[in-house]
Design a protein around this ligand. Structure first.
Ligand SMILES: Nc1ncnc2c1ncn2[C@@H]1O[C@H](COP(=O)(O)OP(=O)(O)O)[C@@H](O)[C@H]1O
Ligand SMILES: [Mg+2]
Length: 269
């Protein structure tokens, strides 16, 4: 009987124990993908073996780094709906040493709907990462802006969350919403999760007057989590993304590349 035949698929485990980090914010456009991609590259350049996973059906991660990634088809949805499969079969090495990725999957919205009626739906990604976790030092998950089943899966699977924000009221409201949802995750699914840092992105230094009250509020409420330096509004990101490159491959000597590098170092050794 199928029920009793707990057939084991042979999986190849490695001997690493990856730190899993979700990049999350309940607002679009704050820099989740920009941060995820450049952070992943910065860590790979330091010699860490990194896997970047895109849980957003808009597939922006692949777009942002297309110069470094091949044009592979994704079957990620298939794995999400069959979590006993070995996800390592869907992992590709990019043209950057140490940087691996799962190709983008534009079916993820549909997959999310299908998944949301399954029993144990919250633990699918955690299960899928069981094997990859043992092959990488770092797994970075770029999440969609809405708090749906996929973002929930990312948080359940993660040790840390990095929250990018802009200096706008809407973005700081987004932090509150995310923190409320994280509390639900801690209470119900994963009490190991912690905030690695809140990063402030797209700072327009010409708007000092409007920045200051928001910055003061953030400092009052989250001083333990705010990571320096803040990232300014800079055309470097769009220019690099247009060529499908990381900012370090586009212009490693740009002052914003240096700032980003410093930010990455302050987040994680
Ligand atoms: N510091 C920045 N300065 C200027 N533009 C930025 C900066 N960070 C991100 N962007 C741009 O803002 C847009 C949204 O960023 P993205 O990372 O896609 O946000 P999210 O993934 O949160 O939706 C992109 O076009 C990106 O190039
Ligand atoms: Mg994005």
């Amino acid at each position: 009987m199928a029920f009793f035949s707990k057939k084991k698929i042979k999986k190849n485990y490695g001997n690493k124990n990856a730190t899993i980090i979700s990049i999350s914010a309940q607002k679009g456009g704050v820099g989740k993908t920009t941060f995820s991609t450049n952070f992943a590259v910065s860590q790979a350049l330091k010699g860490k073996k990194v896997l970047i996973i895109d849980l957003d059906s808009q597939a922006h991660t692949q777009e942002a780094l297309y110069y470094h990634f091949g044009e592979n088809e994704s079957e990620f949805s298939d794995y999400i709906l069959n979590p006993k499969k070995d996800l390592m079969n869907s992992v590709y090495l990019s043209k950057i040493d140490n940087l691996y990725y799962i190709p983008a999957d534009k079916d993820l919205s549909r997959t999310e709907k299908l998944l949301s009626s399954e029993i144990g739906k919250e633990f699918v990604l955690k299960k899928l990462l069981d094997v990859p976790k043992t092959h990488f030092d770092l797994i970075i998950i770029d999440t969609p802006p809405h708090f749906g089943t996929l973002t929930l899966n990312a948080l359940v699977a993660s040790k840390y969350v990095v929250i990018p924000t802009e200096l706008s009221n809407l973005s700081t409201d987004g932090i509150n919403d995310l923190l409320e949802n994280m509390e639900l995750v801690v209470d119900n699914y994963n009490n190991d999760i912690d905030i690695l840092g809140i990063i402030i992105n797209k700072v327009d230094y010409r708007s000092r007057k409007t920045n200051e009250p928001i910055l003061t509020e953030l400092k009052d409420r989250f001083s333990d989590y705010l990571i320096q330096p803040y990232i300014p509004m800079s055309s470097l990101f769009k220019k690099a993304q247009l060529e499908g490159k990381s900012i370090f491959h586009y212009n490693k000597n740009h002052k914003v590349s240096h700032l980003f590098e410093e930010l990455s170092e302050n987040l994680i050794d």
